[in-house]
Design a protein around this ligand. Structure first.
Ligand code: NAP
Ligand code: MG
Length: 482
C-alpha cells in the first residue's frame, strides 16, 4: 500500500521541517502502518498564509458556475479512486471494507450535492428605500480551519470542504492525528481536479500541539469543528476573543424509545445498526434505549438475537467472512473508557445481557455489549458512550420515556419506534435533539440540515443551511444616484 505521509501546503507534499513524525497504528492488529509528518506551528502559519494568498488571488472571484464544475470533477476523481481511498480508511480505522467503501461513496457524493447549490447563489432585492435599490450579496469569508475527528474522516471532511469551497472560501484541514491518510490522499485528488494550489492545505499532527495556533490565527475567519464536546468548548474559548464564525458539531447520547405498538422485529434491526455500526463510534447513534414494559421482553429477545450475529473481525476479511459486522475500537484508551463505563453500569445494578469482554488476540476489539437497567444516573446514562455498548431501560409510559430521554446534557439525535401519531407528535415536539427519526436508525443525509442542541453544539452541516454557514450576508442600499 502506498501511504501519503507528508503534510500538504501550497499545492505540494512536504516533510515537516522540524522532522517530527507520528506513527500510525492499525487498530485491528496493533502493528505500525506508517509514519506521518507532524506539522509544527510555523508550518501551520505557512498553511494559513498559503490559503489566504489563494483566496485573494482568484478563488474568491471565480464564478460559482466554475467552482461547481470543479466540484463535479472532484466527485468524479473520488469515485475513480474509491477503492484506494476505502482501503486507506479501513487500515487507519479498522472498519470492515464494505463500510469503508460506503463512507468513501458518501464522501464523494457530498461534493456533487454542493456543486448543485450553484443555482442557490443569488441574494435578494428588497423594496426598502423608495426610489433606490436594496440588495443582499452573499460573500465568502476567507480562510476556514476545518478540524475533523477520527470516526468518519472522509464524510466529515466532505461536509466541510464541499460547502466551504462552493462558497468561495479556502481551507486548512486538520484531520485527527490518528486518521490523516484519506485526507492526505484526497488533497492530491483535489489538485488533479484542478483546484488551484493553496486553496486546500492539510496539516497533520496532534491537536493539542498545533490546534491552538490554527484556531487563533488572525487570518482564519471561520472554524468548522467536529469532535468531542470537551475539545469544542476549548476551541470556542480560543476563538471567542476574535469573534470567529464557528460551527460546533459535538458529542451525543441519542435516546431511542420503543413504544408498545412498534414493529418489534424492525425496531430490533434498526437499533442494532444504529448502535453498533462503526463499532459504536458514532456521533449520531442510539446510545440509550428506553423500552415500554409491555414489549420489553419481546424486544430484548429479538435484539440480543440480532446483535449476537454482529461479529468483530478484520476489515479486509469481510468478503470471505460476511458475518464480520464490526471492526475494533479506534484506540486502546477508547476501549478502556467504554469498558470502565460498562463496569460502572454493572456496579450500579445493571445486568449484562450480551458481550462485555474483549475477544482474545491482538486489536482493540470489544464484543457488542448490551446491559439492562443500570442506574438512571450512572455513567452510561450521563456520558457519551463511544463504543459498542448499549444500555437499556424498561419504562412504564411515554412521560417517563421522554423525561429520561431529556435527562442528558446532549441533544444531537433521538428516535422512536411506533406507528402512533400521538407518540410521534410528542417525541417530535418534546424530545430535545437536533435530528429525530421515526422507525429509522440514526442516519444523516446530505439534503437534511444536521446539528445538535444543548451540549451537542450549534450550527448546521448538510443541506443548504450547511452552505449558509460559509457565507456572509451583506446588505447594500443604493439611493440618490445622479
Ligand atoms: P476529539 O478528541 O474531540 O478530536 C477532534 C479533533 O480535534 C481532532 O482532529 C483532534 O486532533 C482535534 N483537537 C484536539 N485538541 C485540539 C485543540 N486544542 N485545538 C484544535 N484541535 C484539537 O474527537 P475524536 O475523539 O476524534 O472524535 C470523537 C468525538 O467526536 C465524539 O465525541 C463524537 O460524538 C464527536 N463527533 C461528533 C460529530 C457531529 O457531527 N456532531 C460527528 C463525529 C464525531 P487530535 O486527533 O490530534 O487530538
Ligand atoms: Mg479524541
Amino acid at each position: 500500500m502506498n501511504y501519503p505521509t507528508q503534510l500538504f501546503i501550497d499545492g505540494a507534499y512536504r516533510d515537516s521541517k522540524s522532522g517530527g513524525r507520528t506513527t500510525l497504528i492499525n487498530p485491528a492488529t496493533e502493528t505500525a502502518l506508517c509514519e506521518v509528518a507532524a506539522t509544527d506551528v510555523a508550518e501551520v502559519n505557512a498553511a494559513v498564509e498559503s490559503a489566504q494568498r489563494a483566496w485573494e488571488s482568484g478563488w474568491r472571484d471565480l464564478a460559482p458556475g466554475k467552482r461547481a464544475a470543479i466540484l463535479f470533477a472532484v466527485t468524479r476523481k473520488l469515485r475513480e479512486n474509491l477503492e484506494e481511498i476505502a482501503q486507506l480508511e479501513m487500515l487507519q480505522i479498522g472498519k470492515p471494507i464494505s463500510d469503508a467503501r460506503d463512507e468513501a461513496g458518501l464522501g464523494a457524493r457530498v461534493f456533487e450535492y454542493y456543486a448543485g447549490a450553484v443555482s442557490r447563489f443569488g441574494g435578494e432585492t428588497l423594496p426598502v428605500a423608495r426610489g433606490g435599490i436594496d440588495l443582499t450579496l452573499r460573500q465568502p469569508m476567507g480562510v476556514v480551519a476545518a478540524i475533523v475527528p477520527n470516526n468518519f474522516p472522509l464524510t466529515l471532511l466532505g461536509t466541510k470542504l464541499a460547502p466551504a469551497l462552493m462558497a468561495g472560501n479556502t481551507i486548512v484541514v486538520k484531520p485527527a492525528a490518528t486518521t490523516p491518510l484519506t485526507t492526505l490522499k484526497i488533497a492530491e485528488l483535489l489538485q488533479e481536479a484542478e483546484i488551484p494550489a493553496g486553496v486546500v492545505n492539510v496539516v497533520t499532527g496532534s491537536g493539542s500541539e498545533i490546534g491552538d495556533a490554527l484556531v487563533t490565527h488572525d487570518k482564519v475567519r471561520r472554524v468548522a469543528f467536529t469532535g468531542s464536546t470537551a475539545v469544542g468548548r476549548h476551541i470556542m474559548g480560543l476563538a471567542a476573543p476574535k469573534l470567529k464564525r464557528m460551527t460546533m458539531e459535538l458529542g451525543g447520547s441519542d435516546p431511542v424509545i420503543v413504544a408498545p405498538d412498534a414493529n418489534i422485529k424492525a425496531a430490533a434491526r434498526g437499533i442494532a445498526i444504529g448502535r453498533f455500526w462503526n463499532c459504536g463510534q458514532m456521533c449520531l447513534g442510539g446510545k440509550r434505549l428506553y423500552v415500554f414494559e409491555e414489549v420489553y421482553d419481546e424486544l430484548m429477545e429479538q435484539l440480543t438475537r440480532t446483535v449476537s450475529k454482529y461479529e468483530p473481525g478484520l476489515g479486509w476479511e469481510k468478503a470471505e467472512k460476511p458475518a464480520i459486522r464490526v471492526g475494533p475500537l479506534h484506540t486502546s484508551s477508547g476501549r478502556d473508557e467504554v469498558l470502565e463505563q460498562l463496569q460502572d453500569a454493572l456496579d450500579t445494578g445493571g445486568e449484562l445481557v450480551l458481550g462485555g469482554s474483549k475477544p482474545d488476540g491482538p486489536g482493540y476489539f470489544m464484543k457488542p455489549t448490551i446491559v439492562a437497567n443500570p442506574a438512571i444516573d450512572g455513567r452510561v446514562a450521563r456520558e457519551e458512550t463511544f463504543g459498542p455498548l448499549l444500555p437499556v431501560w424498561k419504562v412504564k409510559d411515554l412521560d417517563e420515556a421522554i423525561a429520561l430521554a431529556n435527562e442528558s446534557e446532549y441533544g444531537l439525535g433521538a428516535s422512536v419506534w411506533t406507528n402512533d401519531i400521538r407518540i410521534i407528535n410528542r417525541v417530535a415536539n418534546e424530545v430535545e435533539a437536533g435530528m429525530k427519526w421515526v422507525n429509522q436508525f440514526h442516519y444523516g443525509y446530505d439534503e437534511l440540515p444536521f446539528g445538535g442542541v444543548k451540549q451537542s453544539g450549534y450550527g448546521k452541516e448538510h443541506g443548504m443551511e450547511g452552505l449558509d454557514y460559509y457565507l456572509e450576508d451583506i446588505s447594500v442600499v443604493i439611493g440618490g444616484l445622479e
